[in-house]
Design a protein around this ligand. Structure first.
Ligand SMILES: C[S@@+](CC[C@H](N)C(=O)[O-])C[C@H]1O[C@@H](n2cnc3c(N)ncnc32)[C@H](O)[C@@H]1O
Length: 236
């Protein structure tokens, strides 16, 4: 589980202070893929969906997320997009009764970390192995055969702090754990901590990730154009 309730009120502030580049993310989704329907897994406050909705007014766009407070911000943000729907779902047991041409997750439930020339490794907001199997099985049943699953790429995690646009101080701290790592997020105003959140992440080596995804019908798409923001898998 990756509950973002504590961070939700500050999420946009932190992310739009340079944490993610939403324009580039959406450029990478739309440049290399053609789709009539698309699903974001872990859409958060809808920052990607807003950009996607502006560029793809005719696509059927769906976002799912586990955290009600995040989805409520997304719902306000996306009101003017009739082609975007949202649903409060845990990826481990969702069933939208529909499948999509494209599914993606950027910083959402799963993402890859690329660190120089080392093999990418998979990071999951689901710490339990069984939950990862269940979640990817559910994703598999929501992607059309021949469709794609894009999992976002991030740089290596490390401890740091930096000021965000309203002058508060964002910081993160990483600790190793048996099957991955624990990440602590903080936001402080002077000496007062206004937000803290901790998430346990599970990690998979590249070969473990390929095997895990393959078990649920997703093959690495080596033909996909090289993208700086996503690794592509094809639903077989
Ligand atoms: C770092 S945010 C990314 C949000 C958005 N993709 C963005 O780029 O701004 C991760 C999101 O994944 C959601 N999430 C984590 N575990 C989840 C699960 N098991 N099912 C659905 N959503 C989940 C969290 O609630 C959170 O909103």
């Amino acid at each position: 589980m990756g509950d973002y309730t504590n961070m939700s009120a500050y999420y946009d502030l932190i992310m739009t202070s340079g944490y993610y580049d939403y324009q580039k993310i959406v450029e990478n989704i739309t440049r290399d893929n053609s789709f009539g329907s698309v699903l974001e897994i872990g859409c958060g406050t809808g920052l990607i969906l807003e950009e996607l909705g502006q560029r793809q007014p005719h696509a059927e766009i769906m976002g799912v997320d586990l955290t009600e407070a995040m989805l409520s911000i997304a719902s306000d943000r996306l009101q003017q997009f009739p082609n975007i729907s949202l649903s409060l779902e845990n990826v481990t047991d969702f069933d939208l009764k529909k499948s999509y041409d494209l599914a993606f997750s950027y910083g959402g439930v799963w993402y890859f970390v690329v660190d120089g020339d080392n093999e990418p490794f998979l990071v999951s907001h689901l710490y339990q192995a069984e939950d990862n199997h269940q979640g990817l099985a559910r994703v598999g049943s929501h992607v059309n055969t021949g469709g794609r699953l894009l999992l976002g790429i991030q740089g290596p995690h490390h401890d740091y702090e930096k000021s965000v646009s309203n002058g508060m101080l964002y910081s993160q701290k990483i600790e190793p754990a048996e099957h991955g790592f624990v990440k602590h997020y903080y936001l402080a105003e002077d000496t007062l901590v206004v937000m803290s959140q901790t998430i346990n992440y599970r990690t998979y080596t590249w070969s473990e990730a390929v095997a895990l995804l393959s078990a649920h019908g997703f093959e690495h798409d080596a033909q996909a154009e090289k993208s700086s923001h996503f690794i592509a898998f094809r639903k077989v």
